[in-house]
Design a protein around this ligand. Structure first.
Ligand code: GCU
Length: 596
C-alpha cells in the first residue's frame, strides 16, 4: 500500500483524536446482532506489484465489447476460503507477503429503518474496502475488528464487495519488520453484514465497582440519530432491572447494588444480561469479578491468586495457520486446562473474539497483548496512533469479558527513553479506556549484581501494575544449572508474572538432558526453571513459552524446526512432550497446596 496513503490514514486518526472524538470502534457484540455472513469462498487476485489500484480492480469491471481492455477477471481467478490466512491455503502462497484482492458477490434485501455495517473480525495487516465500486474505508492493524457503514452503498439484489488486503511488513508498523511468528495474511476472521436500527446500542461496559463486590457499575453508548430516552439493564436470573437516562452525547451511566455470584476459574459464572433502549436491544453473557494488585500479590475477588499459566500463539492445532474457529480455540484452551492452568497468555496480539468468550465459559484468566513487539519506531507519532487504535479496538471489543485480567502493552522492547515514553503513553491510554484491569508488559532486561543475582529494574516497570519477565536461562544464555543458585530482585514492589521461559524440543527426539532439541533437554529446563521461580516470593504467576509449536520464519533448522518454533509442550500435531507432564505435575501440586 502506497506509503503516502498509509501516512494519510494514520494522520487522519491523529486529527480525529485531536478533535477528542477519535475514530469510532467497531460495533460491539455482533454475535448478538442480526447478521448476514459473507464467509465462504471468495475470488482472489494475487497482486505483488499492486497493479490493482491503477487498474481499478475494485470496480470488478467486465469488458463490454470485444475490444474493451480489462486485464483481470475475479470470477475466473483462484479462490480462497474466508476466514483463513492465504499462506496455508495454497503452497505457492506460504511465503507470500504483499497485496491480495478479494471479491465476492452477495444479494441483499434492504429494510427501512435499518443501518447496515460491513464488519471484519480482522484482516492482516492493512485493508481497503469497496462496495459496488465505492470506497468504504481503510484499516491498519492485523488483529482487531473494524467496520464501515454500508447502508447507502448497498444495492437491492446483487452487490459486489472488493477488499485489498496487504500483509507487507513496515518499519513504522505495529508489529514492525521482525517477528518470531508467521506473517499470516488475509481475511483471517469472519466477514459479515451487521444490521442495526437507526439509533442503536453501539457499545457498553458492565463490571463490579472497584473494591465493592456488591455494586455493579458501567455505561451504555448510543450510536446514531438523536436520542433522549432511557436505557435499561436487565439481569433476569437475579430479577434485576435498572434504567438510566441517556445524556446529550448518547451515554447512560449506571451504578446499582446487586448480589451476584462472582466469576472465577473454579466457578466461571456468567449471567445473561439484556441491554435495551432507543428501540434496540442486545444480549450478552457477562461474569462479574474484581481483579487488583496489593503489594506483590494479585487478588481475584479479594483473595490472593497464583496464575498457573501458559503462553500460546493463535496457531491452528493439527493443520497450522491462523486459528479462527471455535473448534481451534476449544482444542487449545482444553489443552491449557489439561495442563492444570487457570491462566493463559495470548501472545503477542489480540485473538479472535470466540477465544475470549470461551475463556469466560471455561474459567481461564487471560493476558491479552497488542503487538508492540521487539523494536518499533518509538519516535513516530503515527506508529503511536497505530498502537493506540489497536488498544482502543481491542478494549472496545473485549471490555466485558470477565476472563481478561491484564492488558499487555508490549513484548521484549529494547530500553530507551523514547521507548519508555511511547509505552508509558500507551499504558496511560489503556487505563483511560479501562480502569478495571491490570496493565503489564513482557520485559526481558535484567542486570547482574554479583554472580548469582539478577535485578530487573526496567524504567517501564514504574508505569505497569504487573511486571512480566521473559528469560531463557539454559537456552539462549547461561547454563541450566545456573538457575539453581540464581536469585531475582525487582526494582518495583509489584507482582511478577514469569511471562516466558522454555526450550525447543522436537516431539519424540530423545537423548540426554544436555542434547539440544531433545524432549529431555526441554524437560530439564522446566524442572530447573520451576525450582528457581519457586524460590522468588514476588512471583504471582507464570506463563511458560509455550503451549504448542508454531510456525515461524526464523526457525529453518531442517528435520527439527522446518520453520516451526518447537518450544511447544505439545507438538503442532497434538503430541505431548515430556515437559508437558513436568509442568502439569508442578501445577497440580500448586493447586493442591491451594497456596498462592
Ligand atoms: C522471545 C519472544 C517470543 C519468541 C521466543 C523464542 O522471548 O517473546 O516471541 O518466540 O522468545 O525465542 O522462542
Amino acid at each position: 500500500m502506497r506509503r503516502a496513503a498509509l501516512a494519510a490514514l494514520l494522520l487522519k486518526s491523529i486529527c480525529l483524536l485531536a478533535e477528542g472524538g477519535g475514530p469510532s470502534t467497531a460495533i460491539a457484540n455482533v454475535s448478538s446482532r442480526s447478521t448476514i455472513s459473507l464467509d465462504g469462498t471468495w475470488n482472489t487476485i494475487i497482486d505483488p506489484y499492486e497493479t490493482g489500484l491503477s487498474s481499478r480492480f475494485y470496480e470488478n469491471a467486465k469488458p463490454k465489447t470485444k475490444s474493451d481492455l480489462v486485464e483481470y477477471d475475479f470470477e475466473r481467478s483462484p479462490k480462497l476460503h474466508v476466514p483463513g490466512d492465504w499462506n496455508t491455503q495454497r503452497e505457492s502462497l506460504l511465503f507470500y507477503e504483499g497485496p491480495v484482492w478479494y471479491q465476492r458477490d452477495f444479494s441483499y434485501h434492504k429494510r427501512s429503518g435499518i443501518r447496515t455495517f460491513l464488519y471484519f473480525g480482522a484482516a492482516n495487516y492493512q485493508a481497503r474496502v469497496w462496495l459496488n465500486g465505492k470506497k468504504l474505508g481503510e484499516h491498519v492493524g492485523g488483529f482487531t475488528p473494524f467496520d464501515f457503514e454500508a447502508t447507502d452503498q448497498l444495492d437491492v439484489g446483487n452487490n459486489s464487495v472488493v477488499v485489498e488486503v496487504d500483509n507487507t511488513r513496515h518499519a513504522d508498523g505495529v508489529p514492525a519488520m521482525k517477528t518470531d511468528w508467521w506473517n499470516y495474511g488475509g481475511l483471517t476472521r469472519s466477514v459479515e453484514l451487521v444490521e442495526v436500527p437507526k439509533t442503536f446500542l453501539e457499545s457498553y461496559s458492565l463490571q463490579l465497582a472497584k473494591s465493592n463486590a456488591g455494586v455493579i457499575e458501567g455505561w451504555v453508548q448510543i450510536g446514531g440519530e438523536a436520542h433522549a430516552g432511557e436505557v435499561s439493564i436487565e439481569i433476569p436470573e437475579i430479577h434485576l432491572k435498572q434504567s438510566a437516562q441517556v445524556n446529550g452525547s448518547g451515554r447512560a451511566t449506571f451504578r446499582f447494588s446487586a448480589h451476584v455470584e462472582l466469576w472465577s476459574p473454579e466457578n466461571p459464572k456468567l449471567y445473561k444480561v439484556v441491554i435495551s433502549g432507543e428501540g434496540d436491544s442486545v444480549t450478552d453473557e457477562i461474569g462479574f469479578r474484581s481483579i487488583e494488585t496489593r503489594g506483590t500479590e494479585i487478588f481475584l475477588n479479594g483473595k490472593p491468586i497464583f496464575l498457573r499459566g501458559i503462553s500460546m500463539h493463535e496457531e491452528a492445532p493439527f493443520r497450522s495457520g491462523r486459528a479462527f474457529s471455535e473448534e481451534d480455540d476449544r482444542t487449545l484452551l482444553n489443552w491449557a486446562k489439561e495442563l492444570g492452568c487457570n491462566f493463559v497468555r495470548l501472545a503477542h496480539y489480540p485473538y479472535n473474539e470466540e477465544m475470549l468468550r470461551l475463556a469466560d465459559k471455561m474459567g481461564l484468566l487471560i493476558w491479552e497483548e497488542i503487538p508492540a513487539y521487539w523494536d518499533i519506531q518509538w519516535q513516530n507519532q503515527a506508529t503511536l496512533e497505530n498502537a493506540k487504535s489497536q488498544v482502543r479496538e481491542i478494549i472496545s471489543r473485549d471490555r466485558n469479558r470477565a476472563a481478561i485480567a491484564l492488558w499487555s502493552m508490549s513484548n521484549e522492547t529494547p530500553i530507551s527513553p523514547e521507548r519508555t515514553e511511547f509505552l508509558k503513553a500507551l499504558a496511560a491510554y489503556a487505563r483511560e479506556l479501562d480502569s478495571t484491569r491490570l496493565i503489564t508488559s513482557a520485559l526481558n532486561h535484567s542486570e547482574r549484581s554479583g554472580p548469582d543475582t539478577r535485578v530487573l529494574n526496567d524504567p517501564l516497570g514504574e508505569f505497569l501494575d504487573v511486571l512480566g519477565v521473559n528469560e531463557y536461562m539454559g537456552w539462549y544464555e547461561a547454563k541450566v544449572e545456573d538457575t539453581d543458585h540464581t536469585q531475582w530482585k525487582f526494582a518495583y514492589d509489584k507482582p511478577v508474572i514469569v511471562s516466558e521461559f522454555g526450550a525447543d524440543a522436537q516431539y519424540n527426539l530423545h537423548g540426554d538432558a544436555q542434547t539440544r532439541f531433545t524432549e529431555e533437554y526441554q524437560a530439564n529446563i522446566f524442572e530447573h526453571q520451576l525450582a528457581m521461580w519457586q524460590r522468588v516470593p514476588q512471583v504471582a504467576g507464570m506463563s511458560p513459552w509455550l503451549l504448542m509449536d508454531f510456525r515461524s520464519p526464523r526457525r529453518p533448522l531442517p528435520g527439527i524446526q522446518d520453520y516451526f518454533n518447537r518450544k511447544g509442550l505439545i507438538s503442532d500435531r497434538g503430541q505431548r512432550k515430556q515437559a508437558f507432564y513436568v509442568l502439569q505435575k508442578w501445577y497440580q501440586e500448586k493447586a493442591n497446596q491451594g497456596v498462592r
